[in-house]
Design a binder for this molecule. Structure first.
Ligand code: MN
Length: 427
């Protein structure tokens, strides 16, 4: 193992901090004046500095556009597609979308292809009655998709969902994209609100609520639960508000009037399963630490335990002298004989942009699609195993296959972590 305090090579990579709003572009635009009474409250705070006003004006404009979109699509039925492994931010924002759309007699089905694997996500859905449904690629074929007039992407841009290509294939148009990840390609959608400078999609939705797209009412149980879910989504995407910015705090302040603190506490109390603990243990055993990066391959894990990977990364990054942790493994789905390499990155280093790092480390596939990306302090990647997928009955073969992927991923990561010695360190 090599400890090297110099990370200058690494820092010379084009890593950027969270993109800031282009001052010039915004200053040329007059701040919008026609605001409804309600919309002024809570978004900028009393002082209403220029940053707050800019955000406010954008939130106002987007809320209006979205309202027009809903009006134009009254009485329709839409699919709200989440990433295959939806997180609280996605789940809560989708619910808010569904409640807003209901007012226009638009029926939304919130769907995801993968599974809810984090114990907090399972608790969130169970305890709030959050109306998300799992549609596997298998049972998608048995659904009557002709009843849907459009689909909606929330907290993703279609690159992390296996359902999107199939929905596009049957000709359902993309109507809405609301996300806070970096733009991932050309999107043909009627309404787009992508704000990479916002920490959580839940923040964007809370702003829509504040702008009057839905008037939260504490006496309506569902509103209280949705506000609680949004609070959870916002907290989890901002590392319990530690990475929250003014907008997120303002959104949290607004939600604080409606959410159920006890319910949120119950969601957060959910315990880890033994299998998740075992994956964390493997990550501890297998990790190598180099230049303040902790890298661990955890071998094979079940589809339902996929979320153990980010949880292991969360844990590894807490080690002294480690600022960034990357954990990966081969996730296999026994039903579909499907295998994919899944990885998670967590960093406390402010100058490390997970999105840049992952794109730089793993590059693109043959169709130009990146294997992953990220946001502030967190990122992830998925590498399909194609022809090598499945057929693990022979344990020697399975072992060999893991070793190849393990070595290849380490090599790609270490190329960035310590650019000089492009060798795999073995321990
Ligand atoms: Mn998010």
């Amino acid at each position: 193992m090599q400890f090297n305090s110099s990370i200058t090579e690494f820092e010379s990579l084009p890593l950027i901090l969270n993109p800031t709003i282009d001052e010039a572009e915004f200053d040329n635009k007059p701040v919008e004046v026609p605001l409804s009474k309600q919309s002024i409250v809570g978004l900028t705070g009393e002082s209403g500095n220029s940053v707050g006003q800019r955000c406010h004006s954008l939130a106002h404009q987007k809320s209006e556009e979205l309202r027009q979109m809903f009006l134009a699509h009254r009485h329709e039925r839409h699919l709200v597609i989440l990433q295959d492994f939806p997180d609280p931010d996605a789940l809560s924002a989708a619910w808010a979308y569904q409640l807003i759309a209901q007012q226009y007699d638009i029926k939304c089905d919130i769907i995801y292809a993968g599974t809810l694997s984090h114990q907090e996500n399972i608790a969130l859905v169970k305890l709030t009655g959050l109306p998300a449904q799992r549609w596997t690629l298998q049972n998608l074929k048995s659904k009557d998709l002709s009843s849907y007039q459009g689909f909606v992407l929330i907290d993703n841009q279609g690159t992390t969902s296996g359902l999107v290509p199939m929905v596009q294939h049957v000709g359902i148009p993309l109507l809405v994209v609301i996300d806070h990840h970096n733009l991932q390609g050309d999107l043909k959608s009627e309404f787009v609100d992508i704000r990479p400078d916002v920490r959580a999609t839940a923040t964007i939705f809370t702003q829509y609520l504040q702008m009057g797209l839905l008037n939260l009412d504490s006496s309506i149980n569902q509103h209280v639960k949705c506000a609680t879910a949004l609070m959870h989504g916002l907290r989890s995407d901002t590392n319990r508000l530690m990475q929250a910015q003014e907008e997120d705090f303002m959104a949290a302040a607004y939600l604080s009037k409606f959410y159920d603190a006890q319910l949120l506490n119950a969601v957060l109390q959910a315990n880890r399963s033994k299998r998740v603990m075992d994956v964390i243990e493997r990550s501890l055993k297998n990790r190598i630490v180099q230049n303040n990066f902790s890298i661990a391959g955890v071998g094979y894990l079940r589809y339902d335990d996929r979320d153990a990977i980010p949880q292991a990364a969360d844990f590894l990054v807490t080690e002294e002298n480690v600022h960034t942790a990357v954990v990966y493994g081969i996730v296999h789905d026994e039903d579909d004989e499907l295998e994919v390499v899944i990885g998670s990155l967590r960093t406390s280093k402010l100058t490390l942009d997970p999105d840049e790092f992952i794109k730089e480390a793993f590059g693109q596939d043959s169709s130009g699609r990146f294997f992953g990306g990220g946001r502030t302090s967190a990122g992830g990647f998925e590498i399909p195993m194609g022809f090598l997928s499945g057929s693990n009955e022979n344990s020697a073969y399975a072992k060999m296959k893991w070793e190849v992927f393990d070595a290849q991923i380490k090599q790609k990561l270490l190329r960035l972590v310590s650019p000089k010695d492009n060798l795999i360190q073995s321990e």
